[in-house]
Design a protein around this ligand. Structure first.
Ligand code: OGA
Ligand code: NI
Length: 359
C-alpha cells in the first residue's frame, strides 16, 4: 500500500492553470480525438430526457398515483440509471448555502486550500486528480473529498473551516441528503421485489453504511472541445445524489450510445445508480456511464453525495434475483476492495464492474 501514500508527481491545480490565463491547455489534459466532447451533437438532439420524479407523488393519498410514480422510479433505474427528484424534502435554502460556501472555499487563496491538500492514501481533502499512474490523462477539475459516515471515519478537522459556517453546513446537508437516500433505497428495494429494507441492510444498515461527498470544481477552460471535466465513469458505490450547478450544465449521461446532456430542473437532485446497486440487483438496475464537459465562459460547482455500503461488507447479487432465466452475473467482493481499483488506476468507463462478470 506504500505506493498509495503520495502522488507520483507534483500536483497541478486546474484552477491555477485556468486563472493563469493560458490560451492552450497542457497536453496532459488533451483527450484522444474519439474521447473529446461533441458540442454540436449533444446540444441538438438529446436535451432534458432524464425522467423527473415528484417525490410528493410517492407518498400521496392517491394509491394509484403512488404506484404509478414508484413504477416510474423503477423504469428510470432500469432504462437510464439516472433520474431527477423534486419535492425531495431537502431544504432549498440549505442547498443554496452549501453551493455558496463551496464557491467561497474554492475562491480562497491557494495557500489556504493547500493546508487541506489530499493524498492517494484516503483521498480526503483538496485534490486535483484520480489515479496514481505517472502518465495518466488528467481531467479539467479540482475537487474536495470528505467522509460523513460511518462516524468512525468522520474527521471534521479535515473539512474546510472557512468559510466559518462550512463545517456546520456540511453536517446538516449530509444528514438531510442521507435521509433522502434512505427513502429512495426503500423505493428501489420494493421495486426490485425485495423487502423494503433489503438494500439498506445489504449496505450495513443505517448506522453502518458509508457516505462521502465530493465537491467538484470545474474552472473555465480555454479549449473545452479538447478536454473533459471528468472522464467517462460509473460511480463505484451504491447511489449518487448530485446537486448540480444552478447556472451551468455539463453532466452528460451515456444512453443508447449517445452522450445525453442533463438539463437540471431547478431545486432538483440528480440521482444515479452506482456499481454496487448493479451488483446487488443482479444487473436489473444499471450503473450508467457519465462524464462532464467544461466550457470557456463559466466555472461550475457540483456536490456529489455518495451513498455507499460499509467498506468491509461483501456485496453480491440478492438471492431472490438470481433465477434460471437470470443467472448470477457477478462475483463477490467488498466495497473497499472494489474501490481500490479506481483509486489506483483512475476513471475508465465501466471496465471495473464488467471485470466482475462471471464468465
Ligand atoms: C462525480 C460526478 C458529475 C458532475 O462526482 O462522480 O459524476 O456533474 N459528477 O459534476
Ligand atoms: Ni460520477
Amino acid at each position: 500500500m506504500n505506493r498509495l501514500l503520495s502522488w507520483p508527481e507534483p500536483v497541478v491545480r486546474v484552477q491555477h492553470l485556468s486563472d493563469s490565463g493560458i490560451r492552450f491547455i497542457p497536453d496532459r489534459y488533451v483527450k484522444k480525438p474519439e474521447d473529446r466532447p461533441c458540442f454540436i451533437e449533444s446540444r441538438h438532439i438529446n436535451y432534458n430526457m432524464i425522467p423527473v420524479i415528484d417525490m410528493n407523488d410517492l407518498y400521496s393519498d392517491d394509491a394509484s398515483l403512488c404506484r404509478k410514480t414508484s413504477a416510474l422510479v423503477g423504469d428510470a433505474c432500469r432504462d437510464w440509471g439516472f433520474f431527477q427528484v423534486v419535492n425531495h424534502g431537502v431544504s432549498h435554502q440549505l442547498m443554496a448555502e452549501m453551493q455558496e460556501a463551496w464557491r467561497h472555499f474554492f475562491k480562497l487563496p491557494l495557500e489556504e486550500k493547500q493546508k487541506l491538500a489530499n493524498s492517494p492514501a484516503t483521498y480526503e481533502g483538496y485534490g486535483s486528480r484520480l489515479g496514481i499512474g505517472k502518465e495518466i490523462s488528467l481531467d479539467w477539475s479540482d475537487y474536495f473529498f470528505l467522509h460523513y459516515l460511518p462516524l468512525g471515519l468522520r474527521d471534521q478537522n479535515k473539512w474546510p473551516s472557512l468559510p466559518i459556517s462550512c463545517r456546520e453546513l456540511i453536517g446538516e446537508y449530509c444528514s438531510e441528503v442521507v435521509k433522502l437516500g434512505g427513502k429512495l433505497m426503500k423505493i428501489m428495494s420494493a421495486n426490485l421485489g425485495l423487502t423494503e429494507d433489503y438494500l439498506q441492510a445489504a449496505f450495513g444498515g443505517e448506522d453502518n453504511m458509508s457516505a462521502c461527498m465530493r465537491v467538484n470544481y470545474y474552472p473555465k477552460c480555454p479549449q473545452p472541445d479538447l478536454t473533459l471535466g471528468l472522464s467517462p465513469h460509473s460511480d463505484p458505490g451504491g447511489m449518487t445524489l448530485l446537486l448540480p450547478d444552478n447556472d451551468v450544465s455539463g453532466l452528460q449521461v451515456r444512453h443508447a450510445d449517445e452522450w445525453v446532456t442533463v438539463n437540471p430542473v431547478p431545486g432538483a437532485f440528480i440521482v444515479n445508480m452506482a456499481d454496487q446497486i448493479q451488483i446487488l440487483s443482479n444487473a436489473k438496475y444499471k450503473s450508467v456511464e457519465h462524464r462532464v464537459v467544461v466550457n470557456a465562459e463559466k466555472e461550475r460547482v457540483s456536490l456529489a453525495l455518495f451513498y455507499n455500503p460499509r467498506g468491509d461488507i461483501v456485496i453480491e447479487p440478492a438471492k431472490q434475483l438470481v433465477t434460471e432465466e437470470n443467472p448470477r452475473t457477478y462475483s463477490s467482493m467488498t466495497f473497499d476492495e472494489y474501490r481500490l481499483y479506481i483509486r489506483t488506476k483512475g476513471l475508465h468507463g465501466k471496465s471495473q464492474v464488467e471485470s466482475l462478470i462471471k464468465s
